[in-house]
Design a protein around this ligand. Structure first.
Ligand SMILES: *[C@@H]1O[C@H](CO)[C@@H](O)[C@H](O)[C@H]1NC(C)=O
Ligand SMILES: *[C@@H]1O[C@H](CO)[C@@H](O)[C@H](O)[C@H]1NC(C)=O
Ligand SMILES: *[C@@H]1O[C@H](CO)[C@@H](O)[C@H](O)[C@H]1NC(C)=O
Ligand SMILES: *[C@@H]1O[C@H](CO)[C@@H](O)[C@H](O)[C@H]1NC(C)=O
Ligand SMILES: *[C@@H]1O[C@H](CO)[C@@H](O)[C@H](O)[C@H]1NC(C)=O
Ligand SMILES: *[C@@H]1O[C@H](CO)[C@@H](O)[C@H](O)[C@H]1NC(C)=O
Ligand SMILES: [Cu+2]
Length: 574
C-alpha cells in the first residue's frame, strides 16, 4: 500500500494514549450508559450494544484497595448485567453481576449502582456484560495501580496501553444466540479477531481504524493485554520485539521474556515492551511493526476463526519507512507444545510486598470433569447437534440450568426450589476420560441447578479434568469471588496418587481463569474466605450457554467481617 496514504491515515487514526499512574487519579465514580450504537467493521454497518458509545468501552482506573462505584443505565432494548471480572468483591456478591446467579437483569430503562470493592488485586482486570452474548461488545479494561506511595515491582514504564483482544461478528450476536437456542446446534465462528475493537488493515475497510501505538525509541511500555473474546484462545506477539511478562490476572509474576504470549478468554497478561529497534532509528529497517493476535485452537476438527488481527507499533521519532510493517512469527494455530511451554513459565513473583499464601492442606477435594454433551431433541424441535440431538455441556455430568430467580436472592431469603445444594465432588463414574471414542451414551448429560455449598474458610482443591466426550479441547475455567493458585497442570487422566507430587506449592501463578489442557487436567486451590454466591464457568461463551458451570455458595463465618454484606437498595427484581 502506498506509504503516503499510510502516513496520511496515520494522522487521523486512533492513537494509543497511555495513562501513567500519576494521571490516573480520577474520582472513583463512573456512569455507564449502555445503548445501541452504530459501528462499521469489515465493511458491515451494524448496531451493537456498547457503553457510552465506545467499543471497547471505557477503562476503569483504581488503586489497590479502592472502592469504585459504577452506575449502569440500561438505555438499550434488552436485559443486561455487568460483571467486574477478577475482582473478588469481598463479602459483596451483590455487585458481582452474572445474570440469574447474583442478580436479576437490569431491564431496559432501569439502572443499577454497582459497588466494586478492590482488595488484593493489582494489575489488569476487565469488566464485561454477563448476560446472553452481550459481552462481545460490552466490555472494557480495569487498571489497578499500586497504592499511593508504593511502586510496581518492575521499572516504571513510560506509558501503559490496554490491548483488548476480542472477536467481531458481522451478524448480530443476539441472533447468534437465539439461533443456537432454537436449533441446538453450534455457534457460527466470528468473522475476525480484533485488537482494541479493530481487525486491522489486513481486512477490507479496516485501514482507518487500525489501532496504532506510537512509541519513542529507548522507552519501555506496559501492555495490558486482555482476552475479551468469546471463543478463541489467542497467540499474541509484536514483530521485532520481545515481551517481558510481569503479571497475570492482577497478580505479579516472576518476569520472563518471550516472543509470543498465549492468552485465554477471561485472562489478562501484563507485558513490558522495550522500544529498542535501532534499525528503526537509522532508517535502515522498518519503523513500523505489526502486533498480531491469532487463534490458538486445540480442537481444529470444529470450525474456528482462522484470521489474524493486527495493530501497528510505530516509532514516532524515526524516519518513516515505506514498506509494509514487519510481521511477527506466530506459532501454528494448533501448537499445543508452544502454549504449554509458555504456561509452564508462569510463576508468582513472591516478595515481601507480594507474598503468596498457598494452602498446603486441603479440606475439600473436588474432581470436576468437563464435557461437551448432548441432550435429547424432544418433540417438535429442530435439533442440529450431533446425531439429531441438541448440544449441551456439563461439569461432573450436570449441565447447569439457569434459574429464573437469582441464586443469591434465593439463598439470602431462603427461597426454596430455586437450586439444589448437591453439586457432586466427583463424576458419577470413572472411565478413561481422555481415551479415544467414548460411548455415545456417555455423551448424554443430566441437567439441573446444582450448587456446591462450603463452610467459610474451607480450603478447596478443584481438579478440572477434561474429557474426550464429543471432542477434547482446552477450557478456560473462571471462578468468581476468588483468585486461585494453579498448583498443577498435566495431560491425560489425573492420578491422585502420583500427580500431587508434581504440584508447585512454592510459587504457583495466582489467577482467576485457568486454561484446562485438552485431554488433561488442572488443579487449583483457594481458601473459601469470601462469603457469598460465586459462579464458576467455562469462559468460552457457548460452553457456558450450554451449561458448563456451577456455583459455589460460601456460608457466613462467625465474625461480623466474615459475613455477607446486606443487599444494597434497588437490586433489580425478576
Ligand atoms: C435509577 O433507578 C431508580 C430505581 O431503582 C430510580 O429511582 C432512579 O430514578 C433511576 N435513576 C435514573 C437517573 O434513571
Ligand atoms: C450462520 O452461518 C450459516 C452458514 O453460513 C448461515 O446460513 C446463518 O445465517 C448464520 N447464522 C447467523 C445467526 O448469522
Ligand atoms: C488458516 O488460513 C491460512 C491462510 O490464511 C491457511 O494457510 C491455513 O491452512 C488455514 N488453517 C486452517 C487450519 O484452516
Ligand atoms: C486412556 O486412553 C489413552 C489414549 O488412547 C491411552 O493412551 C491411555 O493409556 C488410556 N489410559 C488408561 C488408564 O487406559
Ligand atoms: C451422564 O448422565 C446421563 C443421564 O443420566 C447418562 O446417560 C450418562 O451415561 C452419564 N455420563 C457420564 C459420563 O457420567
Ligand atoms: C428480562 O428480565 C425479566 C426479569 O427477570 C424477565 O422476566 C424477562 O423475561 C426478561 N426478558 C427477556 C427477553 O429475557
Ligand atoms: Cu469450555
Amino acid at each position: 500500500m502506498p506509504a503516503v496514504l499510510w502516513l496520511l491515515f496515520g494522522v487521523v487514526m486512533t492513537v494509543g494514549v497511555g495513562v501513567s499512574p500519576a494521571q490516573a487519579t480520577r474520582a472513583n465514580h463512573y456512569d455507564f450508559f449502555i445503548k445501541e450504537t452504530k459501528v462499521t467493521r469489515l465493511c458491515h454497518k451494524k448496531t451493537i450494544l456498547a457503553v457510552n458509545g465506545q467499543f471497547p468501552g471505557p477503562t476503569i482506573y483504581a488503586r489497590k484497595g479502592d472502592v469504585v462505584v459504577v452506575n449502569v443505565y440500561n438505555q438499550g432494548n434488552k436485559n443486561i448485567t455487568v460483571h467486574w471480572h477478577g475482582v473478588n468483591q469481598p463479602r459483596n456478591p451483590w455487585s458481582d453481576g452474572p445474570e440469574y446467579i447474583t442478580q436479576c437483569p437490569i431491564q431496559p430503562g432501569a439502572n443499577l449502582t454497582y459497588r466494586i470493592i478492590f482488595s488484593e488485586e493489582e494489575g489488569t482486570l476487565w469488566w464485561h456484560a454477563h448476560s446472553d452474548f452481550d459481552r462481545a461488545t460490552v466490555h472494557g479494561a480495569i487498571v489497578i495501580h499500586p497504592k499511593r506511595g508504593s511502586a510496581y515491582p518492575y521499572p516504571k514504564p513510560h506509558k501503559e496501553i490496554p490491548i483488548i483482544l476480542g472477536e467481531w461478528w458481522n451478524a448480530d450476536v443476539d441472533k447468534l444466540l437465539k439461533g443456537i437456542q432454537k436449533t441446538g446446534g453450534d455457534v457460527n465462528i466470528s468473522d475476525a479477531n480484533t485488537i482494541n475493537g479493530q481487525p486491522g488493515d489486513l481486512f477490507p475497510c479496516s485501514k482507518h481504524g487500525t489501532f496504532r501505538m506510537l512509541v519513542e525509541h529507548g522507552k519501555t511500555y506496559l501492555l495490558r493485554v486482555i482476552n475479551a473474546g468469546l471463543a478463541n484462545e489467542l497467540f499474541f506477539a509484536v514483530a521485532g520485539h520481545r515481551l517481558t511478562v510481569v503479571g497475570t490476572d492482577a497478580s505479579y509474576l516472576k518476569p520472563f521474556t518471550v516472543e509470543t504470549i498465549v492468552i485465554s478468554p477471561g485472562q489478562t497478561t501484563d507485558v513490558l515492551l522495550k522500544a529498542d529497534r535501532a534499525a528503526a532509528m537509522d532508517g535502515s529497517g522498518n519503523s513500523r511493526y505489526y502486533m498480531a493476535a491469532r487463534t490458538f485452537s486445540t480442537n481444529t476438527v470444529i470450525p474456528f476463526d482462522n484470521t489474524t488481527a493486527t495493530a501497528i507499533l510505530e516509532y514516532m521519532d524515526a524516519p518513516p519507512s515505506t514498506g509494509w510493517p514487519d510481521f511477527p512469527n506466530l506459532p501454528a494455530i494448533d501448537d499445543i507444545a508452544s502454549a504449554t511451554a509458555y504456561t509452564t513459565q508462569l510463576r508468582s513473583l513472591v516478595t515481601k510486598d507480594h507474598p503468596v499464601d498457598v494452602p498446603t492442606h486441603v479440606d475439600e477435594h473436588m474432581l470436576v470433569t468437563i464435557a461437551i454433551n448432548v441432550i435429547p431433541c424432544g418433540p417438535n424441535r429442530m435439533c442440529a447437534g450431533p446425531k439429531g440431538n441438541r448440544l449441551a455441556a456439563s461439569l461432573n455430568n450436570v449441565s447447569f440450568v439457569n434459574p429464573t430467580v437469582d441464586i443469591l436472592d434465593a439463598y439470602y431469603h431462603s427461597i426454596r426450589g430455586v437450586y439444589e445444594p448437591n453439586f457432586p465432588n466427583k463424576p458419577p463414574f470413572f472411565f478413561n476420560f481422555t481415551g479415544p471414542n467414548p460411548q455415545l451414551e456417555q455423551a448424554f448429560t443430566k441437567r439441573g441447578t446444582k450448587v456446591k455449598v462450603v463452610k467459610y474458610g474451607t480450603v478447596v482443591e478443584v481438579v478440572f479434568q477434561d474429557t474426550a466426550i464429543l471432542g477434547a479441547e482446552n477450557h478456560p475455567m473462571h471462578l468468581h469471588g476468588f483468585s486461585f493458585y494453579v498448583v498443577g497442570r498435566g495431560f491425560g487422566n489425573f492420578d491422585r496418587n502420583k500427580d500431587p507430587a508434581t504440584y508447585n506449592l512454592v510459587d504457583p501463578p495466582y489467577q482467576n481463569t485457568v486454561s484446562v489442557p485438552k485431554a488433561g487436567w488442572a488443579a487449583i486451590r483457594f481458601r473459601a474466605a469470601n462469603p457469598g454466591v460465586w459462579f464458576m464457568h467455562c469462559h468460552f461463551e457457548r460452553h457456558m450457554v450450554w451449561g458448563m458451570e456451577t456455583v459455589f455458595i460460601v456460608k457466613n463465618g462467625k465474625t461480623p467481617d466474615s459475613k455477607m454484606m446486606r443487599p444494597p437498595p434497588n437490586m433489580p427484581k425478576c
